[in-house]
Design a protein. Sequence first.
Length: 103
Amino acid sequence: MSRDAGKERDTNRRRGVIEGAFALLDALRRCGGEAGLTEIAAACALPKGSVHRLLKQLLLVGAVERRGSRYRVGSQLYRLGQVWEPHPGLRVAASTSASSAAR
């Protein structure tokens, strides 16, 4: 199969729920962190109905928050982001080296 055929298949396949949710969250980021349903739908190229369903699910788990008719990234994503490290293990290695140097 050629590369072009693979690319065409990828663009024609249906987007999964997780992909849609992340597209929605990224659209919120691109919209300045807060947006309404219509703005989010346009930014992530999903139908309003799909965006509404995804927003309801994301609201339930705290991934987004609603203020009036506008949505923003929720505190649950902030908490999850706190465990991310750009260089896993670096903190442990640095503290081990610092402990050894202090002796």
